[in-house]
Design a protein around this ligand. Structure first.
Ligand SMILES: Cc1cc2nc3c(=O)[nH]c(=O)nc-3n(C[C@H](O)[C@H](O)[C@H](O)COP(=O)(O)OP(=O)(O)OC[C@H]3O[C@@H](n4cnc5c(N)ncnc54)[C@H](O)[C@@H]3O)c2cc1C
Length: 472
């Protein structure tokens, strides 16, 4: 991938302001310099300098996370080039990669014999003023992006607010979209009906409370899922495949997880519709007049402003990135301090804001714990679900199977926590691996480069190397 100056998408989504000619204050030994740095994974970039400017940044190799690290490298490269600067703010939501990018840029300047402190153009920050619109959508995860696109297509004047510097929220991690009787399933001749999905939901909901066992809601959800998936595909979101191990799971042959396909498809649509997307703009308060919500107060880098709107839609996701709220509401697991893979924007601010305006919160104790995840140095790696659905088994350190791996996540998680060191291994064969590779190649790649998958030719070898006790 080649990065030149700020692309049109970056400009329209970031509202970064107009490009300004920056005075050149540094001098370099012209040439191209390669630098490797470690963000979430190691990446290598090449930086090209003329005698008086940074002229090009190219990605030689990187395995950063889709939608976060990758996007941060693109955005920061564009800013460094356009504003001739090493003076870059971190991209909130991708702080690790941002810091690594800045280290790489500083190293490159040094290699080119320049002075990083003199490459000091200023990246402009947008100043927003009080305004009004038909609909303000708060939060640009899947829910918010879908709502904004749908409303604009139906003639509304929309502002989409996002507190972090990135689109996509936690949604970008969603592995697949559940639905039955969709056009895609019919086209691919996959047998899974809306009723199958309703029946499955009845076995999965109510993980922590019985309140969610609502048959009517499940029927509504299944119907909505069919319509939504059909609509998304009509919007050119590339959901073009059904997971071979799970007939209700809509995935994409072009992306590791469905959330990535959603992010790419919906952000392209928002751009096409010339949407007023405001990144780094956090709604901090609902404006209430005569008992009606009439807008939001927005916090930005440069201060606060208000948006008055006929309609306000909160699409602010969950609260698992807010430890205080986890302690308060998700009491059963709170003491374990389990790492959360919710994105930093899942800070519960939308719920608190609504509560402040008089709304009642419900189902706050509902959450999930994904059992098949490994945390290495603060980075989480998930085992593809294909391993589980296609016959992988979980065993403890004594080599014993201790649960039905396909049970509810919370049930399996609780069982794992009872095992030695609260750990388990997933054991699978080559056929299972090959099936999972078909839909989760990138995920598997991440597991492999981090040494989290080991291959053994025989069961005895496996048992010896990981010191399982073999039970014949
Ligand atoms: C690892 C993982 C795997 C998953 N797999 C699946 C799956 O396979 N299938 C599935 O259906 N679901 C899955 N889920 C659940 C799914 O991701 C969530 O249900 C979904 O992301 C919720 O979407 P959302 O748009 O409501 O919230 P989010 O995607 O979290 O978006 C909320 C957005 O609002 C922003 N925001 C928050 N507060 C404010 C504020 N005050 N002002 C402005 N912006 C704000 C946040 O920064 C964020 O960008 C998974 C979740 C995780 C964590």
């Amino acid at each position: 991938m080649k990065i030149v100056t700020a692309g049109s998408m970056l400009m329209s989504l970031c509202s970064c302001g107009q490009s300004t000619e920056q005075p050149v204050q540094s001098s370099f030994t012209a040439g191209t310099y390669e630098v490797s740095e470690t963000g979430i994974n190691e990446f290598t970039l090449s930086f090209t300098f003329s005698e008086d400017a940074l002229t090009d940044i190219e990605v030689i190799e990187e395995n950063e996370t889709f939608g976060t690290g990758k996007t941060a490298i693109e955005k920061l490269s564009a800013q460094a080039l356009e504003y001739q600067t090493t003076n870059l703010d971190v991209i909130s939501g991708a702080t690790v990669t941002s810091a690594a990018f800045k280290r790489a840029l500083n190293k490159a300047v040094e290699m080119a014999g320049g002075d990083a402190s003199l490459l000091n153009g200023e990246v402009p920050q947008e100043n927003y003023e009080d305004t009004e619109c038909d609909l303000v959508v708060v939060g640009a995860g899947n829910a918010g992006m879908v709502a904004a696109v749908y409303a604009i297509e139906n003639g509304m004047d929309v502002i989409l607010l996002e507190s972090t510097d990135l689109l996509g929220g936690t949604s970008m991690d969603a592995a697949y979209l559940v639905g039955g009787s969709t056009n895609l399933q019919k086209e691919l001749d996959v047998d899974c009906t809306q009723e199958d999905v309703t029946n499955w939901l009845m076995t999965r909901t109510g993980e922590t409370s019985d309140d969610l066992y609502d048959p009517e809601w499940n029927v509504k959800f299944s119907k909505g899922a069919t319509e939504t998936i059909n609509w998304l595909i009509d919007q050119s979101v590339k959901l073009n495949k059904i997971d071979p191990s799970l007939s209700r799971a809509h995935v994409s042959s072009d992306y590791t997880v469905a959330g990535n396909a959603m992010l790419d498809g919906l952000s392209a649509k928002l751009e096409e519709l010339n949407t007023d997307v405001r990144l780094g703009n956090k709604a901090s308060e609902l404006i209430v007049e005569d008992g009606k919500v009439t807008g939001v107060v927005v916090e930005t880098f440069n201060g606060t402003y208000s948006i008055h709107a006929e309609n306000v839609l909160l699409c602010t996701g969950g609260y698992f990135a807010n430890q205080e709220m986890v302690k308060q509401y998700f009491t059963e697991f709170a003491d374990l301090n389990l790492p959360s893979d919710a994105r930093i924007g899942s800070d519960g601010s939308g719920m608190l804001m609504a509560q402040e305006a008089g709304a009642q919160l419900a189902n706050m104790n509902e959450g999930n714990v994904f059992p098949f995840a490994v945390n290495v140095n603060g980075v989480e790696y998930n085992t593809p679900l294909g391993f589980i659905w296609m016959g992988g088994i979980a065993v403890n350190q004594e080599g014993q199977r201790f649960t039905d791996e396909t049970a509810k996540y919370l049930t399996v998680s609780k069982e794992i926590l009872k095992q030695t060191d609260a750990q388990a291994y997933v054991v699978f064969d080559q056929t299972t691996f090959n099936t999972a590779s078909a839909t989760s190649a990138d995920q598997l790649n991440q597991l492999m480069i981090n040494g989290l998958i080991e291959k053994y030719e025989t069961l005895e070898e496996l048992a010896e190397l990981i010191r399982f006790r073999l039970i014949s």
